[in-house]
Design a binder for this molecule. Structure first.
Ligand code: AHR
Length: 307
């Protein structure tokens, strides 16, 4: 096994297996479901004993889960922080217990970066920027104003904060483009639909939707259709993620562009976990490789899309 000293391999078992406690955000989106599957499958393949918890998008539940992993003396803790702030205390508890922490997918805003070993995940600012750059390019031929409704991810989460700022930065390039409304849709389909219904009534002049994930875009699509507008035509839609349902909408012409955010973080996470438990130095930041999709590219990619 990896724990040569044999005695205390953590997790309360002495079979030499690494035990990881993973505190997941929830099951809010297709992306999250694919991410959970990736983590569970990769743990199995790597021979890592995984303790998994679902926080239902609540920070207090994640903190509870992390404390229970500390109490169980797991070898390593990994988690995707639902929001960016408020982690210093529990991270300090893990550090005091000598349990390394790896952040996956979402960042924390802790000033003391010694509280975690590594952060593996996407560049969310870049994702927002790519969405905005597509809109700037697409708006070159637009005659009138480009009025954007933005559906933001969970308030206070790293992807919502960063995608909002990346997008805002990119659209500055064209004064025709205006965000007429921006609201939290909590990364879910149901909330995306509900918020879009209200925003469409308040902003009949809107002709573009930027949804910060596919699921909110898919929910909003129902509201757009119910309002008698054609998604992808009367209301252009740009989203982030590129999960199967989003890619299907894109290939069907209902979405116009998707910026990819990869949920397949499991294998790299398990590699990092093994190294860190072995006492090796690991990179502080591991960036995920990602692309973008047009409608044509979605048609090509869809048949072999795994999630
Ligand atoms: O943190 C990643 C984001 O969380 C994904 O873009 C979104 O779909 C998920 O809920």
């Amino acid at each position: 096994g990896l724990t040569a000293c044999g005695g205390d391999s953590g997790g309360g078992n002495d079979d030499g297996k690494i035990t990881m406690g993973f505190a997941q955000v929830g099951a809010e989106s297709g992306w999250r479901t694919a991410n959970t599957k990736s983590v569970q499958e990769a743990a199995k393949a790597a021979g890592i004993d995984l303790k998994f918890s679902d926080a239902q998008q609540k920070q207090e539940n994640q903190i509870k889960a992390i404390r229970s992993y500390i109490a169980q003396k797991v070898d390593v803790i990994a988690f995707s922080p639902v929001i960016e702030s408020g982690w210093d205390q529990v991270l300090k508890e893990a550090k005091d217990a000598d349990i390394p922490v790896i952040l996956t997918d979402r960042a924390v805003d802790s000033k003391d970066t010694s509280l975690y070993k590594s952060f593996i995940g996407s560049d969310f600012i870049l994702e927002g920027k790519k969405a905005g750059e597509w809109l700037v390019d697409d708006s070159k031929t637009a005659k009138g104003p480009v009025n954007v409704i933005q559906l933001e991810g969970t308030t206070g989460s790293a992807p919502a904060n960063d995608r909002t700022s990346g997008f805002a930065d990119a659209i500055k390039a064209d004064p025709k483009i205006k965000i007429v409304a921006s609201q939290d849709g909590d990364f879910t389909r149901a909330k995306g639909k509900e918020v879009m219904e209200a925003l469409l009534k308040a902003h009949p002049e809107a002709n573009v939707l930027f949804a910060q994930n596919d699921d909110m875009g898919l929910g909003a699509m129902e509201a757009i259709e119910a309002a008698g507008k054609k998604p992808g035509v009367d209301m252009k839609i740009v989203t982030i993620d590129a999960v199967k349902d989003g890619m299907t909408a894109l290939a069907n012409g209902q979405f116009n562009y998707i910026v990819e955010c990869s949920p397949l973080l499991g294998p790299q996470l398990m590699d990092l976990a093994k190294q860190v438990v072995d006492g090796k130095e690991i990179p502080k930041r591991v960036l995920t490789k990602e692309t973008t999709f047009t409608q044509e590219q979605a048609k090509t990619a869809l048949p072999s899309r795994k999630y």
